[in-house]
Design a protein around this ligand. Structure first.
Ligand SMILES: [Fe+2]
Ligand SMILES: [Fe+2]
Length: 334
C-alpha cells in the first residue's frame, strides 16, 4: 500500500517528522487534552444526528496528542527483565495487529464520503501507524526475535475488515487496560517503559470510543433495507472473533524457530506481566475500573463500547459463584 500521506495529508508520514514539543508544559497540556473532552453543544447527542456525528469527529480531532506516544531512549534492562520482555508472546501479534489496523482503517476511510467521519477514521489509521513505529523501534532496541511480517493485503470486503478490527480493539483494549494497570502496580517493567506505553493505552480508549459512536451513527443513517444484512455481518464478525480467540497462532521464522502468539494474552497473561496473584473475578473488576477511569474524561453523551464490560461482568459473576461454591464444599469437608 502507498504512503500514509495518500491516506491522511494533515499529518506527516512518520512520527519522527512531527514538530517537537516547545516545552514540558505543552506535553502535559496535550496529555490532559487527550484525556478530557466535552462538546460545547447542549442537549442530547442522538446517534444519526448531525450534532452527534460532529461531536464524535471533533472529539477525535481535539484529543489528538501530537507529542505522545513517542520514541524514547529505551532504558537498559537488567538481564532478568530483558529476558521477561523478550519472551512475552505478544510482539509479533502486536506489530502485525497495528499494521493490519492501519491498513484496514485507511481502506475503510477511503470509501467514506462524509468529510467528518473520513477525517476521524483516517487519523485513526495514522495513529495505528504511530503505534507500529513505536513498537518496531522497541523491538529493534531490545533485539526481540520476530517472525517475518506477512504482506499487508488490502481486504476484499473492506467493511468486514473494519468491523473485525473495530470489535477486536474493543475487546482487546478493555482487557489490556486491566493488564497494563497490573503490570504498572507490580513494577515488573521499568517506569520509562510503562510511561511510553501509557499514551498508547489512552489512544486505544479514544479509538474504541470512536468505533462505538461510528457504529451507532452508521446504524442510524443506513437505509432500513441494508440493516438485516449488516446485523448478520456483525454476528458473523463476533463468531469469527470467538473462533480466533480459541486458537493460538503459530508462525515459523526464517531460522525455523516457531513463534506462538496468544490472541488471549490480555486475559491469560496476568502472571507473565506481574508477579501478583490475582483471581479471575478480581482481574475482571480491575478491567472494569480501568475502563471507567479511562473513559471518565470524555463527554458522557458519547456512547461507550458495551460488549467487553458485559463479558467481564458475566465472568466476574461466574467466578464469584465458583469461589462461593468451592468455599462451601471445603468448609463442609472439614
Ligand atoms: Fe493501535
Ligand atoms: Fe487502535
Amino acid at each position: 500500500m502507498g504512503s500514509l500521506s495518500e491516506i491522511y495529508s494533515k499529518l506527516p508520514d512518520s512520527m519522527d517528522d512531527l514538530p517537537p514539543p516547545p516545552n514540558a508544559e505543552a506535553v502535559e497540556l496535550a496529555d490532559f487534552r487527550a484525556r478530557h473532552w466535552r462538546s460545547p453543544v447542549t442537549g442530547p447527542l442522538k446517534p444519526g444526528s448531525d450534532a452527534h456525528k460532529r461531536a464524535m469527529a471533533d472529539m477525535f480531532r481535539d484529543t489528538f496528542n501530537p507529542y505522545r506516544p513517542s520514541v524514547i531512549a529505551w532504558p537498559k534492562l537488567d538481564p532478568a527483565t530483558l529476558h521477561k520482555v523478550v519472551s512475552l508472546p505478544i510482539w509479533d501479534i502486536a506489530v502485525q495487529t497495528e499494521g493490519k489496523a492501519r491498513l484496514r482503517m485507511a481502506a475503510y476511510a477511503a470509501l467514506i464520503d462524509d468529510p467528518d467521519v473520513k477525517d476521524a477514521i483516517s487519523r485513526n489509521a495514522w495513529e495505528e501507524n504511530r503505534h507500529k513505529e513505536v513498537l518496531a523501534k522497541m523491538v529493534a532496541a531490545y533485539n526481540i526475535p520476530m517472525a517475518p511480517e506477512p504482506p499487508y493485503i488490502e481486504p476484499k470486503d473492506v467493511e468486514w475488515a473494519y468491523l473485525v478490527t473495530g470489535f477486536s480493539e474493543c475487546v482487546d483494549s478493555f482487557f489490556a487496560f486491566g493488564m497494563f494497570e497490573l503490570a504498572k502496580r507490580s513494577g515488573f517493567f521499568p517506569q520509562e517503559l510503562t510511561d511510553t506505553f501509557e499514551p498508547i493505552m489512552q489512544e486505544e480508549c479514544r479509538h474504541i470510543l470512536l468505533f462505538a459512536n461510528w457504529l451507532a451513527w452508521y446504524r442510524a443513517t443506513m437505509p432500513w433495507w441494508r440493516r438485516p444484512y449488516f446485523e448478520a455481518k456483525v454476528l458473523a464478525v463476533w463468531g469469527f472473533l470467538i473462533y480466533e480467540r480459541l486458537s493460538l497462532v503459530r508462525t515459523v521464522d526464517d531460522k525455523g524457530q516457531v513463534h506462538t502468539q496468544d490472541n488471549n494474552f490480555t486475559v491469560t497473561g496476568t502472571k507473565e506481566v506481574a508477579n501478583i496473584d490475582i483471581t479471575l473475578p478480581d482481574f475482571m473488576d480491575l478491567c472494569l475500573q480501568e475502563d471507567d477511569r479511562r473513559f471518565a474524561g470524555y463527554d458522557s453523551r458519547l456512547l461507550r463500547p458495551k460488549a467487553a464490560p458485559f463479558i467481564a461482568r458475566v465472568l466476574r459473576g461466574a467466578g464469584r459463584c465458583w469461589e462461593f461454591a468451592s468455599g462451601m464444599v471445603k468448609a463442609n469437608r472439614r
